[in-house]
Design a binder for this molecule. Structure first.
Ligand code: NAP
Length: 281
């Protein structure tokens, strides 16, 4: 199949390009396709006539979005509308990537696809607006919500931790009261293959690794797997103020994958071990 990947040079995009090598891949990123340009997006999809578009392009700097609300909505909402309406016009299936930040993180349970989003940050609000654009403009869609991503080359929490654990710091303070599902881009890419192959599937799906962890748990596992002797100390979100408030509970229940009989995702510890086998920091 001919597949366009928007944001194809980003962290998830790069993994998808590798993983989908059996398909004809067209890498689109800002230099070749600026999704905020509606006529340019239309012309790009019309020229290439892909069978599917995997839409990864986004403004992903969560704190940067707080400082540039217009920029966030221009890319994450309007950009997604442009991609979705072009997909509909030229008959491409659309797989759009979204985020756990569409939820406020206040629940004590993992969020499933039928829980009502209530984003608290500009990033979360603009991504949720992007989801709605996809739902409204392109019926043949999958919205795949992912979270706590890491992939080859980063940037990610894993890459930040590896930099910080260079032996120069007696201890690292790591947030322990935020919990989520650490997820490799490799695991997401494998799951997206199922959505490409199963045309009858449609709607919103949570696509994260199995199991849950705090950032502290993730760092502890990383340093154990890499045999790094770095002291870490748990701290609270309050001790680590950021411009955009982080959800305390980012856990996503993969209810729709379960109900549709899709293969289980790997456990986050297994996905992390696999990732570390090949990643050079
Ligand atoms: N990383 C995570 O932890 C995480 C968690 C949940 C959801 N997600 C979602 O997963 C998707 C992929 O994220 P990622 O981590 O791979 O992010 P990323 O590395 O920042 O990739 C996003 C790509 O989109 C490009 N882009 C930005 N504005 C664009 C525009 N106007 N037109 C075309 N391309 C544009 C970026 O280019 P520049 O770098 O040149 O700006 C970048 O290459 C995003 O939809 C994100 O919201 C990520």
């Amino acid at each position: 199949m001919k597949i366009v990947i928007t944001g194809g040079k980003g962290m998830l995009g790069r993994t998808l390009v590798k993983k989908l090598s059996g398909h004809e891949i067209i890498i689109a990123d800002k230099d070749t396709l600026d999704i905020t340009d509606s006529s340019g997006t239309d012309a790009f999809i019309k020229k290439n006539m892909p069978g599917a578009v995997i839409h990864c392009a986004a403004m992903t700097d969560v704190d940067g979005c707080e400082a540039d609300k217009d920029g966030a909505f221009r890319i994450n909402a309007i950009g997604s509308a442009n991609v979705a309406s072009s997909c509909r016009r030229y008959g491409a299936r659309l797989i759009a990537i979204s985020t756990d930040y569409v939820f406020d993180g206040g629940s004590t349970n993992p969020y499933n696809e039928y829980d009502v989003p209530a984003p608290k940050t500009v990033y979360g609000k603009s991504k949720y607006a992007g989801e709605e654009m996809v739902r409204n403009h392109c019926p043949n869609h999958i919205i795949a919500r992912v979270s706590w991503l890491y992939g080859q080359g980063g940037p990610s929490f894993i890459h930040t931790m590896m930099k910080l654990a260079d032996g120069s710091r007696p201890e690292l303070k790591i947030v322990r009261d935020q919990i989520g599902n650490p997820t490799s881009t490799d695991a997401v890419a494998s799951a997206l293959l199922n959505f490409l192959e199963e045309n009858s599937l449609c709607g919103t799906f949570h696509v994260t690794c199995e199991g849950e962890a705090s950032w502290y748990d993730l760092a502890e596992e990383l340093f154990a797997l890499k045999n790094i002797n770095q002291k870490i100390v748990g701290c609270t979100t309050e001790e680590f103020p950021r411009p955009a408030p982080r959800p305390l509970n980012s856990r996503l229940d993969k209810m729709n994958m379960r109900l549709c009989g899709l293969p289980a995702m790997p456990h986050w510890k297994d996905a992390l071990r696999d990732f570390l086998k090949n990643e050079v920091f």
